[in-house]
Design a protein around this ligand. Structure first.
Ligand code: TXA
Ligand code: MG
Length: 312
C-alpha cells in the first residue's frame, strides 16, 4: 500500500498552504502540519481536541534539518541520531528561534525525530518543510496504526489521509531529553533504555511511575486508552498455552469469554497491540483483560502503554 506521486504532491501542497494531513510513520499515524506555520499548528490542536499545554514532535528528513531547528546539537544527539535515525527515537533539544511556541507549548525545547517510513520521507522531501505531528487520534484515544483508524477517529476534519498500510513498530517513539545536564528518558518505546545506554552511558528516567522535574507536559494524563475498560492481569496468569494473552471478558454468558494471544516477542507484540485493542473496541466487549508481559527493558514501552490504557 503506497500513495501515488500525485497524492504525495497534493499532500505537500496542502502542507505548504497551511493544511493538515494525516500520514503513516513506522510507529503510528501522525497528524501533520508545517512546523513553521503557527496557524497550521493550531489547527492540529483543534482537530485533536488536545490541550495546547502538550508539545508536539517535529519530523525531519535529515540531521541537517534537525540541527537547523535546534540551538545546540550535542555529541550525544549526533551519536544517537547516527544509530537510530531514521527510527522511533525522539530527541528533545533546546529549540531554535524559528520554532513557534504553538509547537513547544511555550517550552524552550523541541522534540525532533526522523521517521523510518517511506511515505513519511517522501512527504517530507516533497514538502521540503519540517512537519509537526502528534499521533492522528483525538486526545486520550488509542493511537492509530492504520489509515482506517485515522478515518474513524478524525474523519472529515483532516484535509487528506495518506494510506501507507499498517505501521510496523506499532507504539509511539521513545522520547529522550538531551536538553539538561543529564539525558532523561521521558517516554519509553521500542528503542529501549538499554539500547540508548549502550551508546551514551547511564540515563535518568522520568515517567508516570517516577515523576521528576524533567517530566514532559502531558506525560501523566490518561492516554492511549481503548473505549472498552481495560484491566491488567499479573504476568503469568493462567490461560494462554503459548504467547501472551489478551483475554477478552464478556459478562453476558451467551457471548462468553474470548481469548486472543499476542506473540511473546516484544517487537511483534508492539506491532499488533493497538490494532488488536482497536478491534476489541469494535467488537463491543464489556471488558478487556490483558496479561502484563514480562519485565525487561525491551518491554518497557509496552508496559507503559498498557498502564496508561488501563483502568486504575
Ligand atoms: O511515534 C511518535 O512519536 C508519534 C509519531 C506520529 O511520530 N508521535 C507522537 O506524538 O506520539 P504525540 O504528540 O502523541 O506525543 C509526543 C510526546 C509527548 O509525550 C510529549 O510530551 C513529548 O513527546 N514531547 C514533545 N516535545 C517535547 C518537549 N519539548 N519536551 C518534552 N517532551 C516533549
Ligand atoms: Mg498521542
Amino acid at each position: 500500500m503506497s500513495p501515488s506521486d500525485s497524492q504525495i504532491e497534493q499532500a505537500a501542497a496542502l502542507l505548504r498552504q497551511g493544511g493538515v494531513v494525516a500520514f503513516p510513520t513506522e510507529t503510528v499515524y501522525g497528524l501533520g502540519a508545517n512546523a513553521l506555520d503557527p496557524d497550521a499548528v493550531r489547527r492540529i490542536y483543534e482537530i485533536k481536541q488536545r490541550p495546547s499545554t502538550s508539545p508536539l514532535i517535529v519530523h525531519v528528513n535529515s540531521v541537517h534539518m534537525a540541527r537547523e531547528l535546534t540551538r545546540e546539537w550535542p555529541l550525544t544527539a549526533e551519536t544517537l541520531a547516527g544509530r537510530f535515525w531514521p527510527g522511533p527515537l525522539t530527541l528533545v533539544l533546546p529549540k531554535a528561534e524559528s520554532i513557534p511556541d504553538e509547537i513547544t507549548a511555550g517550552l524552550d525545547t523541541v522534540g525532533i525525530r526522523m521517521p523510518a517510513h517511506p511515505v513519511a520521507i517522501r512527504l517530507l522531501e516533497a514538502a521540503n518543510l519540517p512537519i509537526a505531528a502528534p499521533s492522528a487520534n483525538r486526545f486520550t484515544e488509542l493511537s492509530p496504526t492504520t489509515a482506517e483508524h485515522v478515518r474513524q477517529s478524525l474523519g472529515e476534519s483532516v484535509d487528506l489521509i495518506l494510506d501507507g498500510g499498517p505501521t510496523d513498530v506499532g507504539i509511539e517513539s521513545t522520547v529522550l531529553s538531551l536538553a539538561g545536564a543529564q539525558p532523561v528518558l521521558l517516554r519509553p518505546g521500542m528503542v529501549s533504555k538499554a539500547d540508548i545506554e549502550a551508546l551514551i552511558g547511564p540515563i535518568e528516567v522520568a515517567g508516570a511511575l517516577n515523576p521528576g522535574p524533567h517530566a514532559s507536559p502531558g506525560l501523566h494524563e490518561k492516554h492511549y486508552a481503548p473505549k472498552t475498560p481495560l484491566y491488567l492481569l499479573p504476568t503469568g496468569s493462567p490461560a494462554p498455552r503459548e504467547g501472551l494473552g489478551i483475554h477478552l471478558f464478556y459478562s453476558r454468558p451467551i457471548r462468553g469469554i474470548a481469548q486472543l494471544r499476542l506473540p511473546a516477542e516484544p517487537h511483534s507484540y508492539a506491532a499488533l497491540l493497538y490494532s488488536t485493542l482497536h478491534d476489541c473496541d469494535h467488537q463491543g466487549w464489556d471488558y478487556i483483560a490483558v496479561e502484563l508481559p514480562p519485565n525487561g527493558p525491551e518491554w518497557d514501552g509496552i508496559h507503559d502503554r498498557l498502564l496508561r490504557a488501563s483502568v486504575r
